[in-house]
Design a protein around this ligand. Structure first.
Ligand code: BGC
Length: 365
């Protein structure tokens, strides 16, 4: 079975279609949807609906969207939905009423905005799913994100590499942590990682002693550190009271630090822990030899690309996409522009962050 088929099966089984991949229809810049073509006035309103502040990338995105849209001469409305789904539904609806010409959405729950973005389309706005795919709706025009399946694959590979480097010969005891079940990315990260790890679990190289190997058992409601920490505290006190836990697949840096805190509190030798997002505290932890890896998904590049898409739409041009095949949201293939994520460990941190204004100072040798 190839990667796409595997993903399709996994997602279909879960009733949530959110596909990944990044090699279909490369550079196929095509006119998509039916709201582009005429362009719109410079200075038009652009709406940006962001989810909760569950990681630093979202907070950074708020600032970068504000700065970039201001520089581009647009009016803008950037909102966080800290109160969750109903708040985000209201925010998107308000953007439509205010006449936003493009609405960029980082969804709290990708399957709960169908009615609001249908209204957006009816009002002539273009809808761009940002970082997280919008599911089961025809009203989404484009998807812009880092390749999330690839993120998971890189995390799975880093876990195996870290175990070999730091924990001697296997078999190794590991535990799996996944993101929030309402975020359409979480399952894709998990499936990407499992595409690497499953064969090693099946052949006994990796042992998940808790038996918690399904997405629903591994998931962490709300991407909250305290939830991952609690689960790990319980596992360490029970399953691992007398034996070593050598590694933890963690889907992002917030949860990586949470499970490391748990291991420290239990007085355990630190497990190999993966992450994602290049958060400052995690990069420092990697340099100290604690967290093993993170993923570099530069938010500045993603926001720059989003604003380039807005610029094309403003001029009546079709935004560039590089994947017109893999992102089936359940009812349509959403034309996507994907950026490539990169793995970062202690070994390549200096070159990875050479162009990051904050992190380059932290990693300077
Ligand atoms: C993003 C990750 C982030 C997570 C929690 C995901 O949808 O892709 O970068 O760590 O949300 O905020």
């Amino acid at each position: 079975m190839d990667r796409l088929t595997r993903t399709l099966l996994a997602l279909t089984a879960a009733g949530a279609l959110a596909l990944t991949g990044c090699d279909g229809g490369r550079k196929a810049s095509a006119r998509q949807g039916d709201t582009q073509g005429a362009g719109f006035e410079k200075g038009a309103l652009i709406g940006v609906a962001l989810p909760q502040k569950t990681s630093e990338n979202w907070v950074l995105a708020e600032k970068l969207f504000g700065d970039g849209l201001r520089q581009g001469g647009y009016r803008f409305d950037v909102q966080f939905a800290n109160g969750g789904v109903p708040e985000q539904q209201n925010q998107v609806q308000a953007m439509v009423i205010k006449g936003a010409r493009v609405i960029i959405v980082g969804a709290v729950d990708g399957s709960q905005l169908g009615a609001q973005i249908k209204e957006a389309k009816a009002a002539g706005a273009t809808v761009i799913a940002y970082d997280r795919l919008l599911l089961n709706t025809r009203a989404v025009d484009f998807y812009l994100a880092y390749d999330n399946f690839k993120v998971g694959e890189l995390q799975g590979m880093a876990l195996l590499e870290g175990l070999k480097k730091r924990k001697g010969r296997g078999p190794w005891n590991v535990e799996l942590v996944a993101g929030s079940p309402d975020d359409s990315n979480s399952r894709v990260f998990f499936d990407g990682a499992m595409s690497v790890l499953k064969a090693r679990i099946d052949d006994g190289t990796l042992v998940v002693k808790s038996g918690q190997t399904s997405f629903s058992q591994a998931s962490t409601q709300g991407w909250k550190g305290e939830n991952a920490q609690k689960r790990m505290d319980t596992l360490l006190a029970g399953t691992y009271s007398k034996t070593e836990l050598a590694g933890i697949l963690a889907p992002n840096d917030t949860l990586a630090r949470a499970v490391l805190t748990s291991a420290k509190a239990a007085g355990k030798e630190l497990p190999v822990v993966t992450g994602q997002d290049s958060e400052l505290e995690s990069v420092k932890s990697i340099l100290r030899g604690e967290q093993y890896s993170t993923i570099n998904k530069d938010t500045a590049d993603l926001v720059r690309q989003a604003i380039a898409m807005v610029g094309d739409l403003q001029q009546g041009k079709a935004p560039e996409v590089n994947n017109t095949r893999d992102y089936d949201n359940g009812v349509k293939i959403v034309p996507a522009y994907l950026l490539a994520p990169r793995i970062v460990t202690m070994d390549n941190a200096v070159e990875s962050y050479a162009n990051d204004p904050v992190l380059k100072k932290v990693v300077r040798p």
